[in-house]
Design a protein around this ligand. Structure first.
Ligand code: ATP
Ligand code: MG
Length: 450
C-alpha cells in the first residue's frame, strides 16, 4: 500500500496486538483514519474487528471490559486507563424504514464492514502491518475536498436519512463540497428527515451550525434544513426593503453566522435571530419595511423550535433571551453596561455582543460600524474585572439590616432594596453600609405594603 503510516498511542497498539495474538484481525476505522489522512490529530480511535463480542472479551482477559453495546457488537476495553471501543465487523441487513437498521449482522470480512459506512472518507481502515485500506477512493476524495456516499447515494439516504445531515455536518466542518450525485440525493431525499428522531437531528444540526463553513452550508442547503426547521423556509428569498440591508433575510443570516465565532449558542441565536421578520414586516409610509416586534416574536419562535428539537433547557433559554435582546441599542457608557450586567450574566452579555458583531457586520455597507460594540465589550470586561455591585445580593446593606431598622420583610422591602440598588448602579450612592442605611431611613416610610 501507500507509505501512509499512522502514529498510534500505546494503548491502541496494545489493543491491536492482543486481538492479533488471539487470532483475530483488528483495524482502525472511521473518523480516526479520515483525520490522520487529513493530517489532523484524531480525537479518538475506533477499532473494528473480526472477533465476535464474546471472542473480543476472551481476548482481553485480565483487562476491565465494559459491555457497552453487545447487541451492536461493541465492547469497550480499558487499556492504560483509556477506553477503547472494539466493534465486530458488521453489515447492516436491510433497513425496513429509513431510521433503524432492521437488524445487525456480523461479518467476517473488513470489506463488508466498510461497505456499510456513510462516506468514502469515513470508509477507510488502517492496520500498522497493512497500511491504509481505501476501497472507495476516500483518500482521493479528501484531497479533492469532496463528500461522496459509498455506493448509490439515494439508496444510502433511504436506508438512513440522518446521513443527509451528516453529509452537511462534515461539509460545514471541513469546507468540502458534496459530490454531484450525493448533492442531488441530499435534495431529493430531504423529506426523509421528517422521520428521524429530534435528538439525532439536533445533534447533527448543532454540528452543522458550529462548523467553520456554516454560513455556506445554510445558504446552499436552506431548503433541506427547512425540513427540520420549517420556519426557515419563510426567510428564504425574503427581500428587505430597508436602508440597513442589502440582501434577503436568509443571506443576511448566513453572513452574520460567517462573521461570528463558532460558539453553539451564538450560532443558534444568529440562525434564528431574524426568523420572525417575514411575519411582522410592514411597509411604512416612507416606502421602507419595518420589523417592529421581530426580536420578541423571534424569541418565541426560537423557543418553539428548540423545544421541538429537544435542545437542552440551558441552551434553549439562553438562545431565546439573546434573540429577544439582539436588536437593543449599544451605547458604551458605564451606566448602560452596568444595566446590561443586571439583566444578563457577564458571559451572556459577551455572547450578546458577539451576536451583535455578527449581525452588524452583515448589514449594508454604511451600517457596519462595530466600534461601539467593541467599546461595550471592553467596558463589560472592565466592570466584570472590578466586579462592582450589580445585584441586590452585592449590596453592603441587606434585608436583615432593614429589619433591624424596624422594617417588615415583604414586597415593599424588596422594592426599597431594588431602588437603593438602582442608585448604587447609577453612582448616585456609594455601596457603603452607613450611606445606604441613611438613604434607607429617608425612604423607608414611603415603602409600605399595599
Ligand atoms: P467525528 O470526528 O465527528 O467523531 P466520525 O467519522 O468519527 O467523526 P462518528 O459519528 O463518530 O463520526 O461515526 C464513526 C464512524 O461510523 C463514521 O466514520 C462512519 O464510518 C460510521 N457511521 C457513523 N454513523 C453512520 C451512519 N449513520 N451511516 C453509516 N455509517 C455511519
Ligand atoms: Mg467519532
Amino acid at each position: 500500500m501507500s507509505g501512509f503510516a499512522m502514529k498510534l498511542p500505546g494503548y491502541i497498539v496494545t489493543a491491536l496486538e492482543r486481538l492479533e495474538a488471539a487470532g483475530h484481525k483488528g483495524w482502525l476505522v472511521g473518523g480516526c483514519v479520515r483525520d490522520a489522512v487529513m493530517g489532523v490529530q484524531p480525537h479518538d480511535y475506533d477499532i473494528t474487528a473480526s472477533s465476535t463480542p464474546e471472542e473480543t472479551i476472551a481476548a482481553f482477559e485480565g483487562f476491565r471490559v465494559i459491555e457497552t453495546g453487545i447487541r451492536h457488537g461493541t465492547v469497550t476495553v480499558m487499556i492504560d486507563g483509556e477506553p477503547v471501543e472494539i466493534t465486530t465487523f458488521r453489515v447492516e441487513s436491510e433497513y425496513l424504514d429509513n431510521r433503524h437498521p432492521s437488524g445487525v449482522s456480523f461479518a467476517r470480512r473488513i470489506e463488508d464492514d466498510l461497505l456499510r459506512r456513510d462516506f468514502t472518507m469515513n470508509a477507510m481502515a488502517y492496520r500498522p502491518d497493512h497500511g491504509l485500506l481505501d476501497l472507495y477512493g476516500g483518500q482521493q476524495d479528501i484531497s479533492d475536498g469532496v463528500i461522496r456516499c459509498v455506493g448509490d447515494a439515494a439508496a444510502r439516504f433511504d436506508e438512513d436519512g440522518l446521513r443527509i445531515l451528516r453529509a452537511l455536518r462534515f461539509a460545514s466542518r471541513l469546507g468540502f463540497r458534496l459530490e454531484e450525485e450525493t448533492h442531488a440525493a441530499v435534495l431529493s431525499r430531504a423529506h426523509l428527515l421528517g422521520g428521524i428522531s429530534a435528538e439525532r437531528v439536533y445533534s447533527e444540526l448543532c454540528g452543522i451550525i458550529v462548523g467553520k463553513h456554516a454560513g455556506t452550508i445554510v445558504r446552499e442547503y436552506a431548503r433541506v434544513l427547512a425540513e427540520v426547521i420549517p420556519e426557515l423556509s419563510e426567510i428564504i428569498g425574503f427581500e428587505q426593503h430597508s436602508k440597513y440591508h442589502c440582501c434577503d433575510v436568509l443571506e443576511h443570516t448566513c453572513r452574520a453566522m460567517d462573521n461570528s465565532a463558532g460558539d453553539l449558542t451564538v450560532r443558534l441565536a444568529l440562525l434564528l435571530h431574524d426568523i420572525a421578520k417575514p411575519r411582522v414586516c410592514k411597509r411604512g409610509a416612507d416606502g421602507c419595511d419595518h420589523y417592529l416586534g421581530h426580536p420578541e416574536l423571534g424569541a418565541q419562535m426560537a423557543d418553539d423550535i428548540l423545544r421541538r428539537l429537544r435542545a437542552d433547557n440551558r441552551t434553549r433559554e439562553t438562545v431565546v433571551r439573546l434573540i429577544e435582546l439582539h436588536d437593543c441599542a449599544v451605547v458604551p457608557d458605564t451606566r448602560r453596561a452596568k444595566r446590561l450586567l443586571r439583566q444578563l450574566s457577564y458571559e451572556e452579555a459577551m455572547l450578546l455582543m458577539e451576536i451583535k458583531l455578527g449581525d452588524r457586520m452583515a448589514h449594508a455597507e454604511p451600517y457596519r460600524d462595530i466600534s461601539e460594540i467593541i467599546a461595550m465589550k471592553e467596558l463589560l470586561t472592565e466592570l466584570h474585572r472590578q466586579s462592582p455591585c450589580l445585584t441586590v445580593g452585592d449590596m453592603a446593606l441587606g434585608g436583615s439590616d432593614l429589619i433591624a431598622m424596624g422594617m417588615k420583610p415583604g414586597k415593599a422591602m424588596g422594592r426599597l432594596l431594588g431602588d437603593l440598588l438602582e442608585m448604587v448602579v447609577n453612582d448616585s450612592l456609594p455601596n457603603e453600609k452607613a450611606a445606604l442605611a441613611a438613604q434607607a431611613r429617608l425612604m423607608m416610610d414611603e415603602y409600605t405594603e399595599e
